[in-house]
Design a protein around this ligand. Structure first.
Ligand code: ADP
Ligand code: MG
Length: 705
C-alpha cells in the first residue's frame, strides 16, 4: 500500500470493489449481467462469476492482497472470516495465483462452532457461505496483510439461515414486494421495487488501555462489574458536545479515514453525555450495506483505539450509574423512483399515501411490540432499557405534536385541520393541503420516534448487529402492507376504502402513540392502563419470537420459518445464560483473588495500627480505627459469603434443562445476587485506602483519557 497521505474525495472507497471499479474492470457484457443480479436478483451464471472473480483478484492483488475471505455474520453478533490464499500449486513446484468463480460464489466451512440453536445436527456440521453481491467486496488491510473480503450469507446444508444477513436480505425482498404494491395503488406505476434506508448512530466509550488491561471484568465481559461512583460524573452536562481532547481527535481522524477507505460515509462525531463517551454517525444507506458497514465500524473502532493506546468499549453499560451506549437505528423506505414513502410529501395525493404508510407502521409496531423490544435486546442492554437514561422497555411511538394532532382529528371526525395552516385535510379526497412538518420538535425519551422523514428506533443495543432490528421492522411492516394491499386492490371505491382503512387502523392502534416523557413513572402507569406490554427482561421477551403471530408473519413473508425462529429463540436463551454465567464467575474470581487479599492487607494495617497505638500506653483515642476495621471486616465477610452463595446458585442453575429454564434462573436468581455482591464491594471501595484498591477506579478510568 502506498504511504501517500490520505485525501478526500480521492481516497474514498479506495478499498472497495464498487460499481465504479466494476464498470472499469469488467467486460461490459459481464458488468451488465452482474448489475441485473445485483439490481433484480437474477441468477448469476458461472461464466459471469468466473469473470468477476478474475477481475476482483487482479484488483485485490494490485493492492497487495494475498488472501480472500468469505466474510459473514453468524449469530454471535460479530463477523466471521476464514482466510484462504490465492495460491495454487501449478504442478512442478511453483504456484499460480487463482480465484475461481466457484470460490467467489460459494464457500464451505465447518459451522459446528457457530451458534445454531440446534439447527445443525452434529453429523451435518457443514455450513455454506453464499456471495451477497448486493454488498460490495472490500479489502481489509492491517499490518499483517491485505485480504479480499466477500460479503456472504451463511446457511446450513438444508438451506436454513445460520446468520443475521440471510433473514435481513429476505425481509428486504418482502418489504420491497409489498411496498411496491402500495406505491402502485396510489398511481406510482413506475415503481418496481423499494429499499430500506438505514442510518445507525453508534455510541461508544474510549478509555486508556492500561486501565482496561488491569480490570478482569472489562477484559472478560466488556463492562465493570464493580466500581463505586466517583464524586463527579455527568451531572454538569459538560461532556455532551464538549471539546474533543486531542488524543480522542486523533483517534477519530484515523477512524474516519479507515471508514472512508471502506466506502463508509462516516459523517458526524461528537462527545456524548457520559465522560469518555462519544458517538459516530454515518450517512444512511441501503439496509444490508448499512449493516455490513456498522459491523465494520465497530471492528474498526476497536482496532484503531488500540493503535492509540486506547480501548473502545461498545458494551451497553460499561459503568453503572453513568449513561450507557445505544445505537439509534434510523429507518425509512424509499422507492426505486427515489421517493421516500415516509416523507409527508408536497402534494396532497402523496399525503394520503403517507397517512396510510404511517398507519401501517403504527399497526405493525403495536402488534409486534415485544418482538421489537427483543430485537433491540442483548444481555448488556438489560442495564439500560427501563433505566432513566434510555427508553423504557415499553414500546411506544412518538409522532410529534402536529402528526399526533392530525391522527387524533382523523380518528374523531374523519378529517383533520392542519393546525399550522388551518386548512382542511380530508383523507381520501384529492384536494388535500400540504402537510407542514415542524422538524424542530424532538423527543429523546421515546423508543420509536418519527423524525421528519424516518423513524428512529432508539432502543437498540450499542454492541449488537443492526441486522435483527431491521429484519423485524421490514417483516412486520411488509406484512401489514400486504394485508392493506389485499384489501385495497379489491376495493370498488378506492378513495373510500383508503379513508376507512386509515381511520380504522389508527383507531385500533392509537394506544401505542405517546408524545410525553417516556422516562417518567406516570408513563409506566399510563402504559399499563393502555394495555401496552412492559417486558422488563429480554428473557421474558424471547417467547415473542416463537408465538403464533410471529411464526405466521415471518412464514408468510418468507423471512424465517418456524424451525429457524425456534433455533433463534434457543440462541437467545443460550446467549443470555452464557453472558451472565461469565459475568458472575468473573465477579467471584475478582472477589476471591483481588478484593479479599487487598482488603485483608488493609485490615492488617488497621489492626497493627490499633495494636501499636494501644501499646504506647498513652491511652490514645483509636475508636475510629476500630470502627473502620469492624466495618471493613463485616463488609468483607458479607462479600465472601455472597460470592460463595452465588457460586452455588450457578451450580444449581446449570442443573436445570438448557434454554429457557436456565436463562430464567440466571435472570431471577444469579443476576440479583450479582447486584448484592457488587454493593458490598462498592461499599468497601469507598472506605478502603486508595493505595490498597487493586483495580483502577471510575475516577481513574473516566477522567484521565
Ligand atoms: P439526529 O438529530 O437524530 O442526530 P440526523 O439527521 O443527524 O438526526 O440523522 C441521524 C442518522 O439518520 C444519520 O445516520 C442519517 O444519515 C440518518 N438518516 C437521515 N435521513 C434518513 C432517512 N430518510 N432514512 C434513514 N436514515 C436517515
Ligand atoms: Mg438521532
Amino acid at each position: 500500500m502506498s504511504e501517500e497521505k490520505f485525501a478526500l474525495p480521492r481516497d474514498f472507497a479506495k478499498n472497495v470493489f464498487n460499481d465504479e471499479v466494476m464498470k472499469d474492470r469488467l467486460p461490459s457484457d459481464v458488468y451488465k449481467e452482474l448489475r441485473k443480479t445485483i439490481d433484480n436478483g437474477e441468477d448469476l451464471n458461472e461464466k459471469i462469476a468466473r469473470a468477476v472473480a478474475h477481475a476482483m483478484k487482479a484488483w485485490a492483488m494490485e493492492r497487495g492482497a494475498t488472501h480472500f475471505s468469505h466474510w459473514f455474520q453468524p449469530m454471535t453478533g460479530i463477523t466471521a472470516e476464514k482466510h484462504d490464499s490465492f495460491l495454487k500449486p501449478e504442478g512442478k513446484g511453483g504456484i499460480i495465483m487463482r480465484f475461481s468463480g466457484k470460490e467467489l460464489i460459494k464457500g464451505e466451512s465447518d459451522a459446528s462452532s457457530f451458534p445454531s440453536g440446534g439447527l445443525r445436527a452434529t453429523f451435518e456440521a457443514r455450513g455454506y457461505t453464499a456471495w451477497d453481491c448486493t454488498s460490495p467486496a472490500f479489502l481489509k488491510e492491517d499490518t499483517a496483510g491485505v485480504t479480499l473480503c466477500i460479503p456472504t450469507a451463511f446457511c446450513s446444508y438444508t438451506g436454513e439461515a445460520l446468520d443475521e444477513k440471510t433473514p435481513l436480505l429476505r425481509s428486504m425482498e418482502a418489504i420491497s414486494k409489498q411496498a411496491t404494491r402500495i406505491a402502485r395503488l396510489f398511481g406510482d406505476e413506475d415503481v418496481t421495487g423499494v429499499s430500506c434506508s438505514v442510518g445507525p448512530e453508534q455510541e461508544y466509550f474510549l478509555i486508556d488501555r492500561e486501565d482496561y488491561l488491569k480490570r478482569e471484568d472489562l477484559l472478560f465481559t466488556g463492562r465493570t462489574l464493580f466500581g463505586a461512583m466517583p464524586p463527579k460524573t455527568q451531572e454538569l452536562d459538560d461532556h455532551y458536545y464538549g471539546n474533543i481532547p486531542e488524543r480522542i481527535e486523533l483517534f477519530m481522524k484515523e477512524l474516519n479515514e479507515e471508514c472512508w477507505k471502506l466506502g463508509i460515509y462516516a459523517k458526524t462525531q461528537h462527545n456524548e453525555v457520559a465522560p469518555a463517551q462519544h458517538e459516530m454517525a454515518p450517512v444512511f444507506t441501503t439496509a444490508n450495506i448499512a449493516t455490513d458497514h456498522n459491523q465494520l465500524v465497530m471492528e474498526t473502532m476497536k482496532k484503531v483505539a488500540k493503535r492509540h493506546g486506547l480501548e473502545c468499549l461498545l458494551h451497553e453499560k460499561p459503568f453503572a450509574g453513568v449513561n450507557g451506549s445505544g445505537k439509534h437505528n434510523n429507518w425509512s423506505i424509499v422507492t426505486d423512483t427515489g421517493k421516500n414513502m415516509l416523507d409527508p410529501g408536497k402534494t396532497p395525493h402523496e399525503n394520503v399515501q403517507f397517512m396510510l404508510v404511517l398507519a401501517a407502521i403504527i399497526k405493525a409496531v403495536d402488534e409486534n411490540a415485544v418482538l421489537l423490544r427483543l430485537s433491540a435486546s442483548n444481555p448488556g442492554n438489560e442495564h439500560r432499557l427501563g433505566a432513566d437514561e434510555a427508553p423504557p422497555a415499553i414500546i411506544s411511538i412518538f409522532l410529534g405534536d402536529q402528526l399526533e394532532d392530525l391522527v387524533e382529528q382523523i380518528i374523531e371526525t374523519g378529517e383533520a385541520t392542519s393546525s399550522k395552516q388551518g386548512r382542511k385535510l380530508d383523507i381520501g379526497v384529492h384536494s388535500l393541503p400540504n402537510l407542514f412538518l415542524d422538524a424542530t420538535d424532538r423527543n429523546r425519551t421515546s423508543p420509536f420516534a418519527f423524525t421528519g422523514n424516518k423513524f428512529e428506533f432508539r432502543m437498540v443495543a450499542s454492541s449488537m448487529s443492526i441486522a435483527g432490528v431491521n429484519t423485524v421492522l421490514n417483516t412486520i411492516v411488509a406484512s401489514v402492507f400486504r394485508d392493506m394491499a389485499d384489501k385495497l386492490e379489491k376495493a370498488e371505491d378506492f378513495n373510500q376504502a383508503v379513508h376507512d382503512l386509515i381511520i380504522d387502523t389508527l383507531t385500533e392502534h392509537r394506544r401505542i402513540i405517546f408524545n410525553g416523557n417516556g422516562y417518567s413513572e406516570e408513563w409506566v402507569k399510563e402504559a399499563a392502563r393502555r394495555g401496552l406490554p412492559n417486558t422488563k427482561s429480554m428473557v421474558e421477551a424471547i417467547p415473542s419470537l416463537i408465538d403464533d403471530h410471529t411464526i405466521e408473519v415471518f412464514a408468510k413473508e418468507k423471512v424465517l420459518n418456524r424451525t429457524e425462529l425456534e433455533s433463534r429463540a434457543e440462541i437467545q436463551y443460550e446467549k443470555y445464560t452464557k453472558t451472565i454465567n461469565i459475568e458472575a464467575k468473573t465477579m467471584i474470581d475478582m472477589v476471591r483473588r483481588l478484593f479479599i487479599p487487598a482488603v485483608i492487607k488493609y485490615q492488617t494495617v488497621l489492626a497493627k495500627a490499633i495494636n501499636e497505638m494501644e501499646s504506647t500506653g498513652l491511652e490514645l483515642e483509636c475508636s475510629m480505627q476500630k470502627d473502620l476495621l469492624k466495618k471493613v471486616s463485616s463488609l468483607l465477610a458479607a462479600a465472601s459469603n455472597q460470592a460463595d452463595e452465588m457460586e452455588n446458585m450457578i451450580i444449581d442453575a446449570k442443573k436445570l434443562p438448557e434454554g429457557k429454564e436456565q436463562a430464567e434462573a440466571f435472570n431471577t436468581k444469579v443476576a440479583p445476587a450479582m447486584t448484592e455482591l457488587r454493593e458490598s464491594i462498592d461499599s468497601l471501595e469507598v472506605i478502603v485506602g486508595r493505595d490498597y484498591w487493586p483495580v483502577p477506579t471510575y475516577s481513574d478510568i473516566l477522567f484521565e483519557v
